[in-house]
Design a protein around this ligand. Structure first.
Ligand SMILES: C[S@@+](CC[C@H](N)C(=O)[O-])C[C@H]1O[C@@H](n2cnc3c(N)ncnc32)[C@H](O)[C@@H]1O
Length: 238
């Protein structure tokens, strides 16, 4: 299946930011879609995923729509946004449109798409959904920071840095490599924990990998408040 069937939804992983890091399959699916849906976090801001795919689209033939998924801590508050987005997709599919939902990195890793899919299948259990995997920000960050994620029998953990200290500490103690996603909001707390565990020298902060603003810090003490961005992660490699 290539995501171009009438009345079908294809989730396309668009990679971390560089339009050249889309797969050939992703480009083909995007070009076959009538409507491209791109998530964004605020009414005022734009969609990063939309910016990545825009060079591959034909505005004369294709419609690029943004969908709002605000960042809220409480999933219950988000539910209405997911339901509305799923309804929009269900209506498009019922009308025979070929829909592509674009998502940063890979659709199966901490992605909004996973919620959209759940609510869509609730509303439309027979919806045809395909997923095209993308290069996740983790892989791109490892390459950009020149930091192999794992070798031989090393173990890797991936988790949101927003976990409470106890669980973070446990993971940092048990694994050889730890990738901390969504780190910007809790950067100070995570840095102090790494210092306490004597892991500060083993940590690298990678911001906006693949985008023009990409930056990498091998010294976390040199990261200022202004340097922090939602699209960033820390790799701790012992
Ligand atoms: C909702 S998750 C999405 C992850 C995505 N599905 C992936 O495969 O990379 C958002 C988190 O992914 C990480 N992330 C996504 N894109 C990034 C980028 N270009 N540079 C650095 N981190 C990124 C950040 O930790 C961010 O807080």
């Amino acid at each position: 299946m290539d995501g171009t069937r009438a009345g079908s939804l294809v989730a396309v992983g668009v990679g971390p930011g560089d339009p050249e890091l889309l797969t050939l399959k992703a480009v083909k699916a995007l070009q076959g879609a009538d409507v491209i849906l791109a998530p964004k976090a605020s009414r005022e801001g734009g969609s990063v995923a939309a910016g990545i795919v825009a060079p591959h689209l034909d505005p004369e033939r294709q419609e690029l729509r943004e969908q709002l998924y605000p960042m809220r801590k409480d999933p219950a508050e988000l539910e209405q946004f997911w339901r509305d987005a799923a309804q929009e997709v269900a209506e498009l599919l019922a009308g025979g449109r070929r829909v592509a939902f674009v998502t940063l990195g890979d659709p199966y890793l901490y992605s909004t798409f996973l919620y959209l899919r759940r609510f869509l299948l609730e509303q439309m259990p027979k919806a045809r959904v395909e997923v095209i995997s993308g290069l996740s920000s983790i892989q791109a960050a490892a390459a950009a920071a020149d930091l192999p994620l794992a070798l031989a029998d090393e173990r890797v953990a991936i988790l949101p840095a927003t976990f409470e200290d106890g669980r973070l500490r446990q993971t940092l103690e048990q694994f050889d490599t730890v990738v901390l996603m969504k780190v910007a909001r809790v950067f100070g707390r995570v840095k102090e924990l790494l210092r306490e565990l004597d892991l500060l020298q083993s940590a690298v902060y990678v911001r906006q990998v693949g985008l023009p603003q990409e930056a990498i810090w091998h010294n976390l003490d040199a990261v200022d408040e202004d340097d922090l961005h939602y699209l960033s992660l820390i790799i701790v490699k012992k």
